[in-house]
Design a protein around this ligand. Structure first.
Ligand SMILES: CSC[C@H]1O[C@H](OP(=O)(O)O)[C@H](O)[C@@H]1O
Length: 342
């Protein structure tokens, strides 16, 4: 894997995932917004390292990158599918889009065993994601009455997907329709996807926004009229329980306390109907150093331990609507999820 750095450009001209035919160029999101650096991935191992290392992140983006990772593997070795799937599947455990994309690519290979058709399937997954996000943007924006103030968490925009975004895609569409007055986006410790990535996307689009500390949102809700909390998802169980970036559950509790509506936005590839409820969703825990240090500089005393789960589960009972490209599921339950997603 090699790195290619250029000057920082407007987000519209920046695509986080670029299939070059000979290799995959991934925008290194660890150094945004200060640097624009693409990592050239030439194997499934390179792509898996970029996913695990958070160079590429966001549930849909992870699935798209993994699909191209399989093309890189099979192009070099027609017998590489099992090992390449295992390497990519192990890169991060929570976002089910990764498994969904790998399984779709495996089905393609079982049917045709043709690298050209496998490449075309990866490109379709990428293009379909953008189309799904635009559809979800329309569905979600229609739920937002004009004059809305919105809280959003983590990064769910063009940087986390095939374009436009999921939750941030709804915000983009709603703003374009004149429905959004202001966005409050959380910092999203410890990787600061909100402070670094969502703030950059919102600024590039000229959407009025203010950054808030993760711990400040309940206070904000007690002082300001917030209409919606709108978030993405990494895995949605059959009953609507939703795994998303750590801190989402606390936002849902605060939202319910303050009469703020709670929307989850995710494509159908984020639903795991084999998973009956949130208790069965694997929650990724990452290194203590991601909390006790910042960019290599110590924050906590040397040797201090940390508990660093990077996702949590919001019970369906705290969710007012789940928006996917097939429609809106109001007050999600198993009985309401299955007819839409099966
Ligand atoms: C549309 S992105 C979905 C989801 O992915 C993010 O997690 P990470 O940045 O760790 O990959 C976050 O949970 C987003 O809501």
């Amino acid at each position: 894997m090699s790195a290619v750095k250029t000057s920082v450009a407007r987000v519209e001209s920046v695509t986080p995932i670029v299939w070059k035919g000979t290799h995959l160029a991934l925008l290194d999101q660890r150094v945004l917004p200060g640097e624009l650096c693409y990592l050239d991935c030439r194997s499934a191992e390179d792509v898996a390292a970029a996913i695990h290392g958070m160079a590429v992140r966001g549930a849909p983006a992870i699935g798209i990158a993994a699909a191209y990772g399989l093309v890189l593997a099979l192009r070099d070795n027609a017998a590489a599918m099992p090992a390449a799937v295992a390497t990519l599947a192990a890169s991060r455990p929570t976002a089910v889009n990764l498994r969904w994309a790998l399984e779709r690519m495996q089905r393609q290979w079982e049917q045709h065993a043709d690298v050209g058709l496998l490449e075309a399937e990866a490109i379709r997954i990428h293009q379909e994601d953008l189309a799904q996000n635009l559809q979800m943007g329309a569905f979600g924006a229609a739920l937002i009455a004009p004059g809305a103030q919105i809280v959003t968490h983590c990064n769910t925009g063009a940087l986390a997907t095939g374009g436009h975004g999921t939750a941030l895609g709804v915000i983009r569409t709603a703003y374009a329709q004149g429905r959004v007055v202001r966005v409050y986006n959380t910092e999203t410790r410890p990787w600061l996807q909100g402070a670094r990535l969502t703030a950059w996307e919102l600024q590039q689009e000229g959407i009025p926004a203010k950054l808030v500390a993760d711990g400040a949102v309940a206070h904000l809700m007690s002082r300001e009229k917030i209409d919606w909390v709108i978030v993405g998802a990494d895995r949605i169980a059959a009953n609507g329980d939703t795994a998303n970036k750590i801190g989402t559950y606390a936002l849902a509790v605060a939202a319910r306390r303050h009469g703020v509506k709670f929307m989850v936005v995710a494509p159908s590839g984020t639903f795991d109907l084999h998973c009956p409820d949130g208790a069965h969703i694997p929650i990724e825990e990452r290194a203590a150093a991601e909390l006790t240090e910042f960019r290599g500089a110590a924050i906590a005393p040397a040797g201090f331990d940390a508990f660093n789960p990077v996702f949590d589960v919001t019970p369906a009972a705290l969710i007012d609507a789940i928006v996917c490209e097939r429609g809106v599921i109001e007050k999600p339950t198993r009985e309401r999820v299955l007819p839409v997603l099966s």
